[in-house]
Design a protein around this ligand. Structure first.
Ligand SMILES: Cc1cc2nc3c(=O)[nH]c(=O)nc-3n(C[C@H](O)[C@H](O)[C@H](O)COP(=O)(O)O)c2cc1C
Length: 400
């Protein structure tokens, strides 16, 4: 549908005049031979089928609109198992219906020459017994109730519950659920998977000391709290290959009562950087939520981190690094140019600019892009089903 002729642009004598030279240059991230470095972030949009929670034709259209030749999309947060579910109409990968639904999406992305990774998002305590099989309580590293409310079946809002702390011998079972999910995601046609270790979900519940009071090998020191994440990483990499695996961390998170202190967060990155570098993953995504629109959206007056986490992390990790968080294309280009990042991941800008890479190839500045993605009222679909096209697939397509 979109003519995205980046390689032609690169061979063009006018290419030196290109505004985003670094962002639009080719690169290789694991198995992905990318023709540009404008990656689409994981965005939960809650438009999947109400009953089967599998991607529909509308979801396929949404991803296909955002796919480009040689571009990479990270899927919306996808529950690896029934026990990892956290949202009504978010997808999973544990039923055959999920896989059939995802096949439609991945085929559409591949038809345009794009790549797509499945983001595995285990909600942990950010769930509710109403959403879980047998009405069991959500699981977490420790029995600490999140602050705030959650939408349950039927769209009702209720308080979070106190989760059940996982026993030590249950942790490997969850690790195995991630492995099964990664294999199934590949069956569904995904090129790889991303572990969601941010936004206060299960892996970050292990990482953060506020949510992890364990006294076994999964709690206490920075190394112990990182153990779960590294075990999941190793197990998935062993099953599908490290070149099909990415992992996302988020810094400056304040989500459902989880507020990470900066010093602890940096200590984690200092430990995880070299550990992950050894593992030669397709990429590490480091997302920072410390920029203006986001921290204001989270209700904060100022960012809670002072450090440029991207440059900090680059010093401790020399592997493939994708950065994310409030980045304009201009800023992203600078971070790639100075060697901090290998690629840049955009979330909100992709909501209202389906052909973002094409617009950037035509030299659009951040001010010229459609800012409609910040209308939070269109972020999530109707929990009861309904007309979900609005703010999802109906943005006017600007042909540069
Ligand atoms: C509507 C919406 C849904 C999101 N869903 C997810 C998600 O499922 N998984 C995830 O890792 N991040 C999610 N995020 C965070 C984005 O992926 C991204 O990290 C964040 O928006 C910062 O990047 P940006 O400023 O380029 O949007 C979501 C953000 C928004 C606005």
């Amino acid at each position: 549908m979109y003519r995205f002729e980046l390689m032609e642009a690169a061979n063009n004598p006018m290419a030196s005049a290109m505004k985003y030279q670094k962002l639009l240059s080719p690169t290789k991230a694991g198995v992905c031979e990318l023709k540009h470095r404008v990656v689409m972030s994981a965005l939960t949009r809650l438009r999947n089928d109400l009953i089967s929670e599998s991607p529909t034709d509308l979801v396929k259209l949404y991803y296909s609109q955002r796919a480009t030749d040689g571009g990479l999309i990270i899927s919306e947060g996808t529950a690896p198992s029934a026990g990892g579910r956290g949202y009504v109409r978010a997808p999973g990968v544990w039923t055959d219906a999920h896989i059939e639904g995802w096949k439609k999406v991945t085929e559409a992305v591949h038809a345009k020459g794009g790549y797509i990774f499945c983001q595995l998002m285990h909600a942990g305590r950010i769930s509710h017994s109403n959403l879980l099989p047998g009405n069991q309580l959500p699981v977490a590293p420790s029995a600490i109730k999140p602050a705030g409310d959650i939408h349950i079946t039927g769209g009702k809002k209720v308080q979070y519950e106190e989760p059940r702390a996982l026993k030590t011998d249950e942790v490997p079972i969850i690790v195995q659920e991630f492995v099964t999910a990664a294999r199934r995601a590949l069956d569904g046609g995904f090129d790889g998977v991303e572990i969601h270790a941010g936004n206060g979900y299960l892996p970050q519940q292990f990482l953060a000391k506020e949510t992890n009071l364990r006294t076994d090998q999964y709690g206490g020191s920075v190394e112990n709290r990182a153990r779960f994440v590294l075990e999941v990483t190793d197990a998935i990499a062993g099953a599908i290959g490290p070149d099909r695996l990415g992992i996302k961390f988020q810094q400056g998170v304040t989500f459902s009562g989880l507020v990470e202190p900066e010093d602890d967060s940096l200590a984690q990155l200092a430990y995880l950087g070299p550990e992950l570098e050894k593992r030669k993953l397709a990429y590490v995504c480091l997302s920072s939520l410390n920029y203006e629109p986001y921290y204001q959206y989270l209700g904060l007056k100022e960012p809670n981190f002072k450090t440029d986490v991207w440059r900090y992390f680059r010093n401790v990790y020399k592997g493939y690094l994708m950065i994310n968080g409030g980045l304009t294309p201009e800023k992203g280009d600078e971070y790639v140019a100075d060697g901090t990042a290998d690629a840049v991941i955009f979330g909100v800008p992709f909501i209202a600019n389906a052909n973002l890479p094409e617009l950037l190839a035509a030299g659009y500045s951040s001010e010229q892009l459609n800012q409609g993605g910040w209308q939070a009222k269109v972020w999530y679909g109707n929990a009861l089903g309904g007309p979900d096209e609005q703010g999802y697939t109906d943005w006017p397509l600007v042909k540069p």
